[in-house]
Design a protein around this ligand. Structure first.
Ligand SMILES: *Cc1c(COP(=O)(O)O)cnc(C)c1O
Length: 360
C-alpha cells in the first residue's frame, strides 16, 4: 500500500514559494509527478497556488493540459520534428534547445501569424541540452526577429546538490551574462537544490521537483515534509537454523538461529534488488512491530525477507504491516541502502501497489 499525502506536497510547495518570493515558484511534475501520480498531484499543486508547470515529454504535457486547462505548461524535452502543431494546439510551451527547434517554432508562428510563447534553453556547462553560448549570444542579437517572443530563458545546474562545487558558480556567472542579453525575458536556473543556494540563483522563476515530494535536495539539508508511506504485509513468519541461507543465490548465511518475516514486496514494486542484504552488506530496513529490521538475503521480484530475531517472540504475525517508507524512514534512507538517490526511489515505486491519496 502506497499512501501519498497531497497536503504535504501542497505545504512543501508553499514553503518553497515563500522562500523564493518574489521569484515565481513553478512545479516540476515530470515522470508522473516523480512516480506519485500526476493526475492527483498536479491539481493539488494548482490549488496550492502553482501556475507554472514543467514536464519532460509531450505526452506528459498533453495529459497535464487535460487536468489543468489554465496552467502554463513547459515541456523540457522540447520539439522533436513535426510536432510543433501538437504543442500549439494544446497551448504547451516547448523548451527550445537547438537552432532547428527554434526555427521550427518560428515557422509555426509565422504560419499561424501569431507569436506563441516558448522557452529557450542555454547550455551553461552541463552539456546535455541547450544552445551553446555562441549560439545564445548570436540569438540575442536577433531574437526580436524570431516570430515569437521567448517567455523564459533557462539553464540547468549540473552540481547544485554539491555546495561549493566550482561548476555551480561558473554556470551561474555564465547564465547571468546570457540573461543580460535578453532584456525583458524572465530567467530560470534553479532546481530544488539551486533554490536553496540563495537569491543569486533564483532569477525570476525557480523549478523545484524533488523538494516538493519530500526528498533531499542537498546532502545535509533536511528535506521538507515526507510525502509517501510505503507498507507491505507479512505473509509468512518462519524460523531457520544458524548456518542456513536465505533467498536467491544463498548470499546471506544466518549467524544465529533466526526468526524471519517474509513480506509481499519486491523489486517489481520498486524495492531495489540492490537494497538486499548479503554476508558483506546490511541492506534496507523496514519497521515491524515498532522496531527497525534489516532485510535478509536478496530482494526477489515479489518478496523480501526481514530479520525479526531481535523482536519479542510472537511480536510479528502473518498479516502484520511492515513500513518501508515512513515513520522515520525517508526516501533518501532507502536510497542510500540501495546505492541510489531519492529521485530513483520515488520514480520506481511500482504501479502494482494499491494507492491511497490523503489530504489535499
Ligand atoms: C527535473 C528538473 C528539475 C527539477 O529538479 P529537482 O532536482 O527535482 O528539483 C528542474 N529543471 C530541469 C531542467 C529538470 O530536468
Amino acid at each position: 500500500m502506497l499512501t501519498i499525502d497531497l497536503s504535504a506536497i501542497a505545504d512543501n510547495w508553499r514553503a518553497i514559494a515563500a522562500l523564493s518570493a518574489p521569484s515565481d515558484c513553478a512545479a516540476v511534475v515530470k515522470a508522473n509527478a516523480y512516480g506519485l501520480g500526476m493526475a492527483r498531484v498536479a491539481p493539488a499543486l494548482w490549488r496550492a497556488g502553482a501556475r507554472n508547470f514543467f514536464v519532460a515529454h509531450l505526452s506528459e504535457g498533453l495529459e497535464l493540459r487535460a487536468l489543468l486547462p489554465e496552467a502554463i505548461i513547459y515541456v523540457l524535452n522540447g520539439l522533436l520534428p513535426e510536432v510543433a502543431d501538437v504543442y500549439a494546439d494544446a497551448d504547451l510551451r516547448p523548451v527550445l534547445g537547438s537552432a532547428p527547434e527554434i526555427s521550427d517554432w518560428s515557422d509555426l508562428c509565422r504560419d499561424r501569424n501569431t507569436s506563441l510563447p516558448a522557452a529557450i534553453h542555454v547550455d551553461t556547462g552541463m552539456h546535455r541540452l541547450g544552445l551553446s553560448l555562441e549560439e545564445a549570444v548570436q540569438l540575442s542579437g536577433t531574437f526580436r526577429l524570431l516570430g515569437f517572443t521567448p517567455s523564459l530563458i533557462m539553464s540547468h545546474l549540473a552540481c547544485a546538490d554539491m555546495p561549493g562545487h566550482v561548476l555551480t558558480a561558473r554556470q551561474r556567472m555564465i547564465f547571468a551574462d546570457v540573461v543580460r542579453r535578453f532584456p525583458g525575458v524572465p530567467a530560470s536556473l534553479a532546481n530544488s537544490a539551486g533554490t536553496l543556494l540563495g537569491r543569486d540563483f533564483r532569477f525570476e522563476m525557480v523549478r523545484p521537483g524533488i523538494f516538493l515530494y519530500g526528498g533531499v535536495a542537498i546532502a545535509g539539508v533536511p528535506p521538507l515534509q515526507p510525502v509517501v508511506r510505503l507498507e507491505a504485509k507479512v505473509i509468512q513468519v518462519l524460523s531457520a537454523p544458524a548456518g542456513e541461507t536465505v533467498g536467491y543465490g544463498a548470499v546471506q548465511r544466518l549467524k544465529r538461529p533466526s526468526r524471519l518475516a517474509t513480506v509481499a514486496i519486491g523489486y517489481a514494486d520498486g524495492l531495489f534488488r540492490a537494497g538486499g542484504s548479503s554476508d558483506m552488506v546490511k541492506g534496507a530496513e523496514a519497521i515491524l512491530a515498532g522496531r527497525r529490521c534489516h532485510l535478509v538475503g536478496r530482494v526477489s521480484m515479489d518478496l523480501a525477507t526481514l530479520d525479526i530475531t531481535d523482536l519479542p517472540e510472537q511480536a510479528v504475525e502473518r498479516g502484520d504491516t511492515a513500513v518501508f517508507l515512513g515513520d522515520g524512514i525517508g526516501v533518501d534512507d532507502l536510497a542510500a541502502r540501495s546505492g541510489t538517490i531519492g529521485y530513483e526511489v520515488l520514480t520506481s515505486l511500482g504501479a502494482r501497489y494499491a494507492r491511497r491519496y490523503v489530504g489535499g
